[in-house]
Design a protein around this ligand. Structure first.
Ligand SMILES: *[C@@H]1O[C@H](CO)[C@@H](O)[C@H](O)[C@H]1NC(C)=O
Ligand SMILES: *[C@@H]1O[C@H](CO)[C@@H](O)[C@H](O)[C@H]1NC(C)=O
Length: 200
């Protein structure tokens, strides 16, 4: 019997790309984002190298984020991955806008929301990227179900399925993880060519 890859959507806020690891701690202030950030250069496909486990992303491999410019300060967001437990492709469609388009101090901050929700909260912060090989994104915002807690997100992205081995890149990413993250909390999705259908 042919194996069918069902495409389906999970509902609403479950798929807000910015919901995962919970913390009682306050979100850090003065998060240093990428200076001179260019949304147009950040667009395109990113392979997820490491992430904090997001509950909607559980068991997902081959996870990619696809960003396409839709305006000067806006991009469309398509997050996709495969759940091999039941051979299902999971897709989340969203939109992102620059949080502070006129503030040159905070160019790498975005508001991201999914499934038609308004992207009205700055919740996606590009800590660093060289646009061509790696990107590091951090997120912290109140948990929608219990605002006494914050939800943390951390994504290390690569332009290719395998992460660059360049020493300077590896060192820079380590530095950012030490500053804003917790290396012990990362999930590493399988991005191997054998495992991942790359037809999407
Ligand atoms: C696939 O499995 C996940 C849990 O592992 C479940 O959440 C999802 O609904 C399943 N999808 C289908 C189409 O059965
Ligand atoms: C990734 O998936 C491939 C193909 O299913 C498998 O051979 C490989 O061992 C997996 N890699 C890891 C690190 O689990």
């Amino acid at each position: 019997m042919a194996r069918v890859l069902a495409v389906f959507m999970l509902a609403g806020s479950l798929l807000a790309s910015v919901s995962g690891l919970l913390t009682d701690e306050a979100c850090p202030e003065d998060v240093q984002v990428k200076q001179g950030f260019s949304l147009a250069d950040f667009a395109g496909r990113w392979y997820e190298y490491k992430r904090y486990e997001q509950f909607y992303e559980k068991d997902l491999d081959c996870t990619v984020a696809e960003y396409q410019p839709t305006g000067k300060n806006t991009i469309s967001v398509k997050n996709g991955g495969f759940n091999f437990a039941n051979n299902t492709r999971v897709v989340a469609d969203g939109t992102a806008v620059l949080s502070f388009p006129d503030d040159t101090e905070q160019p790498g901050k975005l508001n991201v929301a999914f499934f038609g929700a308004k992207p009205d909260r700055s919740n996606y912060w590009v800590l660093d990227t060289d646009y061509t090989s790696y990107g590091v994104v951090f997120s912290c915002e109140p948990f929608y179900k219990d605002t006494s807690k914050n939800v943390l997100g951390f994504w290390i992205f690569s332009r290719t399925p395998t992460f660059p081995t360049d020493e300077a890149v590896v060192k820079r990413v380590d530095e950012l993880v030490k500053k804003y993250g917790d290396a012990s909390k990362f999930e590493v999705p399988n991005q191997s060519d054998e495992r991942c259908p790359r037809s999407y």
